[in-house]
Design a protein around this ligand. Structure first.
Ligand code: AMO
Length: 433
């Protein structure tokens, strides 16, 4: 097999190269034949003028089908017509793998496909350069997140994904049979990352995977999702956690802007790099702003999808901000582990263009108060014994957040559906691929 020497975006004039990839398109102008060859770097034009290539190659160009995998050896040459300004004149073409002629979707995007067809044939959908770009940006988001958190002395951890109890409330759990007993897929690393605060590790983060049996089929919920979870000790209030979150998100957006320019251009997206601190909007103010705009929302309720979206528009119009914290929530809307002042939770959400992308806060670190809150939420204290034990042997004040990566990329790139930013999204209806 010919050994690839470069990607299509690394071509230089006057070199012998070997490219390997997929036949994106073929064109035949009689005396000259073209192949657009697609690889991870983009698209390269392979040009075969009858007079300049062997008869064998000229013929072979005709026999290639769309989406076949080929390797092409040839010389690069400047060309005004070629998309990259360079073309390759082939001296050898090797067929590596053929494709059935009727394609399940069109990777050159000349024919539109609905989201279900795209996801059913995700391997081929991801061949589209614009879709590949989304996942290159996603990789940069995770790289930047690690970079920032490591720079702030956080230690990366991994925690179990099979757990004995729920963490985020009783519903939305995926039960599974675990030998002789029932267990659940982890909704989040919440209880483990809090347990880590009793170890003296002080600051931890996890590239976490959430499993949630979300009943409804929405554009922003999945059964499996990814998040950056952090937990930190010796905080004075939730403001210490907010500080890390706003600087983390700001660093991520800056890195995507600086390092993924080509991908953003391909997607036609501009990412605003926000300055810190982000705006804080108190829950009370949010309710008033929504009521003034004619929304039927009441104090004490959690904000629904529609009111969150409307609030995003109001905040953008009033203050010009895409990113803002919602603070001082009523305690009743937050999980049992949330610390509080009277009826107010020491918890926050971070919204991005009207969609919640993160939530977090200060936790309860007093074991008796924690037990009371578990009972008040109607949960069985007995199933939280393992979680509660570390709280009995020296637990510092602590807090943290979970930042949803799928939601972050959806809002950053203005994707219509969360599924577009996830390789193989799973939801109530979709378990394959
Ligand atoms: P929460 O339940 O708000 O908080 O989740 C944190 C963030 O994770 C994302 N997210 C989801 N994304 C897609 N599909 C889902 N089904 C889904 N569920 C959650 C959202 C959300 O803001 N333990 C707390 C975090 C903490 O306090 O540390 C938690 O899980 O972006």
């Amino acid at each position: 097999m010919l050994k690839r020497t470069c990607y299509s975006n690394n071509l230089k004039d006057g070199e012998e190269v070997v490219l390997a990839g997929w036949v994106h398109e073929r064109r035949d102008l009689g005396g000259i034949k073209f192949i657009l060859l697609r690889d991870r770097g983009g698209i390269a034009q392979i040009t075969a003028p009858k007079k300049k290539v062997s008869e064998e190659i000229f013929k072979l160009m005709d026999s290639l089908g769309r989406e076949w995998v080929i390797a092409v050896k040839g010389n690069t040459k400047a060309s005004l017509q070629a998309p990259s300004g360079l073309e390759v004149i082939p001296s050898e073409i090797e067929i590596i793998s053929m494709a059935e002629p009727s394609l399940p979707l069109d990777p050159s995007e000349k024919v539109d496909a609905d989201i279900d067809t795209r996801l059913d044939n995700r391997f081929m959908d991801i061949r589209k350069p614009r879709v590949t770009a989304i996942f290159k940006i996603r990789s940069e988001i995770l790289r930047a997140a690690r970079e920032y958190l490591l720079s702030q002395a956080f230690v990366e951890i991994q925690t179990p994904k099979i757990s004995a109890s729920g963490t985020e409330g009783g519903t939305e759990l995926f039960p599974l049979s675990y030998f002789e007993r029932e267990a659940f897929l982890a909704q989040s690393p919440q209880l483990y990352k809090q347990t880590m605060m009793a170890t003296g590790m002080d600051r931890v983060f996890e590239m976490a995977h959430y499993f949630r049996a979300e009943e409804s089929n929405t554009r922003r919920h999945l059964s499996e999702s990814d998040a950056v979870d952090i937990e930190m000790s010796f905080i004075e209030s939730e403001d210490d956690v907010i500080y890390i979150l706003e600087n983390l998100v700001s660093h991520i957006l800056k890195c995507v802007n600086d390092n993924k320019k080509n991908e953003l251009a391909l997607l036609g997206v501009e990412v605003n790099t926000p300055s810190t601190p982000f705006r804080r909007v108190k829950y009370e103010e949010a309710i008033s702003l929504l009521q003034e705009s004619g929304f039927n929302v009441h104090h004490g309720e959690d904000l629904g999808t529609e009111s969150e979206k409307a609030l995003g528009n109001i905040v953008k119009e009033k203050y010009g901000d895409d990113l803002y914290f919602l603070t001082k929530y009523p305690l009743s809307t937050k999980p049992f582990y949330t610390n509080f002042d009277g009826e107010t939770a020491r918890a926050f959400d971070l919204d991005y263009k009207g969609v919640e992308i993160s939530s977090g806060g200060q936790r309860i670190h007093n074991v008796e108060i924690l037990k009371t809150r578990i009972k008040e939420k109607g949960l069985p204290v007995s199933s939280f014994e393992a979680y509660l034990k570390p709280f009995r042997y020296g637990m510092p004040p602590h807090g943290g957040f979970g930042l949803g990566i799928d939601r972050l990329i959806m809002q950053m790139l203005n994707l219509e559906n969360i599924r577009e930013g996830v390789l193989f999204p799973h939801d109530r209806r979709r378990l394959e691929p």
